[in-house]
Design a protein around this ligand. Structure first.
Ligand SMILES: [Zn+2]
Length: 203
């Protein structure tokens, strides 16, 4: 799991989804959560679901409450990525939903990406506000902050983050052309149902 988490963390930086020491990645196996260390993209800390350090010499990511809240709420989730991708963060700053207005967005993300109410970075309130919106979708915006994406593994969560960022970029551009035309509701409903089915199979 250490290798999977560090590989996803490196890809997150390489893809420009976060920069410097921002962003954090975790993965779950059994009752243990492996999370990037605070301010580091090259080391991890292993935590219990309650947040106790099980292994690792460094301080765990300052957003550990957010990661742990997701794993406690959703047993089918095996990876979490928190990043600050520029286009998704524009929507987070505007506190605007990213609509599922690109075809196939919903099959990877489950539907439109909601924006969680503002709470300070690293707080339990932020963890609660964000995790409760992930019941049927794979990503949520953090108001005035960034993005959280979840999946079956760290690599899967990173893939969802990339789909959301690309979608946000497309919608932002479409706004300049008069706004995105919605995908037909029945098409999105079928894709969202497929997303939910795949996710529930992993419980
Ligand atoms: Zn952040």
């Amino acid at each position: 799991m250490r290798d999977e988490v560090l590989a996803a963390a490196r890809s997150m930086l390489a893809l420009g989804l976060a920069s410097g020491t921002a962003g954090n990645v975790s993965g779950r196996s059994g009752d243990l959560v492996t999370i990037t260390a605070a301010g580091e993209a090259d080391d991890v800390v292993v935590l219990s679901l309650a947040g106790d350090v099980v292994a690792g010499a460094r301080e765990p990511s300052s957003e550990r409450a957010l990661h742990l809240a997701v794993y406690r709420a959703y047993p089918e989730i095996g990876g979490v990525v928190h990043a600050h991708p520029p286009y998704a963060t524009m929507f987070a700053c505007a506190r605007s939903v990213i609509p599922a207005a690109v075809d196939e967005f919903a099959i990877y993300v489950g539907g439109a990406v909601p924006c969680a109410a503002y709470a300070p970075s690293g707080s339990e309130a932020l963890a609660r506000n964000a995790s409760e919106l992930l019941r049927e979708v794979g990503a949520v915006l953090l108001a005035s902050h960034g993005l959280v994406a979840v999946g079956t593994s760290p690599a899967d969560a990173l893939h969802v983050a990339g789909v959301v960022e690309r979608g946000a970029q497309s919608i932002w551009g479409a706004l300049a052309l008069g706004g995105a035309v919605p995908v037909p509701a029945e098409a999105n409903a079928a894709l969202a149902a497929a997303y939910r089915r795949r996710r529930s199979l992993r419980t």
